[in-house]
Design a protein around this ligand. Structure first.
Ligand SMILES: NC(=O)C1=CN([C@@H]2O[C@H](COP(=O)(O)OP(=O)(O)OC[C@H]3O[C@@H](n4cnc5c(N)ncnc54)[C@H](OP(=O)(O)O)[C@@H]3O)[C@@H](O)[C@H]2O)C=CC1
Ligand SMILES: CC(C)(CO)C(=O)C(=O)O
Length: 295
């Protein structure tokens, strides 16, 4: 298949290299002006990709957008006119709410959303380290996207494990709930995820989850406090030594994805007239931190 990866950062590089290994024709579309870019995973053989080639983009049957949530619009809008009308678009980023703003520009394409738990670290522009094998969940955003179940086999062959989600909205909400808790706290405390098991966080975690459950119910997502806290505990355990993406963004003084994580939760809470003071408090603290280093 002809595939383009839009945003060859940590996740994008991992996918690009694995898709080539799996026999696909892969090009990339990044911010660099070079016409070719060499990318490698760990110490494996590097692959040479064509970069920002409009013809390759136009020939793409599938594009996977792997930029940060707040970068999606700027990455997608300039390239939409080059895409073939049937080109499948997969979005893979943390958080929710991005597609709502741009779907009218791409609604004739099959659109899918994906969320992944792979861990990837990119120390320089040419190499990534695959630090944790994970699971990718994929599902259709529009009707055409829902007909693209075949992509599970294709992507699973390249970078297992890939699972089809028949309700990607539910999958993303469950991931969002966990991120709303782990990401801002670990970013503010600058600690690994495992710290959240400490007794002193218990009340905060309970309050955050209770607020999140109310919003999820109003959004039509079937959940309850016990299921969510079990899932949260499992994620903290599985990633106890890891640093969340937001911890790293704050550490390196980068813009975080808070607007698409807690910010999304707050916007839905406001829509339903639900108060989420604990989540709002964390949101404001992160915005304050970002504001200081972005000045
Ligand atoms: N890394 C990880 O382990 C995981 C990441 N995720 C999620 O995946 C998403 C991507 O994360 P990650 O790969 O780490 O992020 P990166 O910042 O490493 O990758 C994003 C890439 O997109 C590029 N980019 C930004 N804007 C544009 C544009 N307009 N056109 C083309 N390219 C652009 C960036 O370039 P530049 O750097 O020059 O801005 C960068 O190379 C995030 O939502 C993240 O939360 C999820 C699970 C794990
Ligand atoms: C689930 C969690 C918190 C894993 O660290 C994550 O999504 C992230 O780091 O962004």
């Amino acid at each position: 298949m002809n595939i383009s990866i839009i945003g060859p950062g940590a996740i994008g590089t991992l996918l690009a290299c694995r898709l080539v290994n799996s026999g696909h024709h892969v090009s990339i579309w990044g911010k660099s002006l070079s016409s070719t870019i060499s990318l490698r995973i760990n110490k494996e053989q590097p692959h040479l990709f064509s970069n920002c080639n409009k013809q390759h983009l136009a020939n793409s049957e599938l594009i996977i957008i792997t930029v940060k949530a707040w970068q999606v619009e700027n990455a997608l809008v300039p390239i939409v006119s080059y895409l073939h009308k049937d080109c499948i678009i997969v979005f893979m980023h943390n958080g929710m709410g991005v597609i709502e703003h741009i779907c009218n520009k791409i609604s004739h394409h099959p659109i899918l959303l994906a969320t992944t738990t792979h861990g990837v670290y990119k120390p320089n522009s040419m190499q990534v380290f695959h630090t944790g094998k994970g699971i990718t969940k994929l599902g259709g955003y529009n009707d055409k996207g829902k007909h693209c179940v075949f992509l599970v086999k294709l992507l699973d062959h390249a970078l297992p494990e890939v699972i089809w989600s028949s309700s990607i909205k539910v999958t993303l909400w469950n991931k969002l709930a966990i991120s709303c808790v782990i990401n801002p706290i670990t970013a503010l405390e600058q600690c690994a995820n495992g710290i959240l098991f400490k007794k002193r966080y218990e009340h905060l975690l309970i309050n955050l989850l209770n607020e999140i459950v109310l919003v999820m119910h109003e959004e039509g997502i079937e959940t309850n406090f016990f299921d969510l806290s079990f899932a949260l505990g499992k994620t903290i355990k599985n990633t106890e030594k890891n640093f969340s993406s937001m911890q790293q963004d704050v550490f390196f003084q980068r813009k975080t994805e808070i607007d698409f994580i807690t910010g999304y939760l707050i916007s839905k809470a406001e829509k339903h007239g639900i108060l989420v003071p604990k989540n709002r408090f964390l949101y404001q603290k992160i915005k304050l931190k970002e504001g200081i280093y972005q000045k």
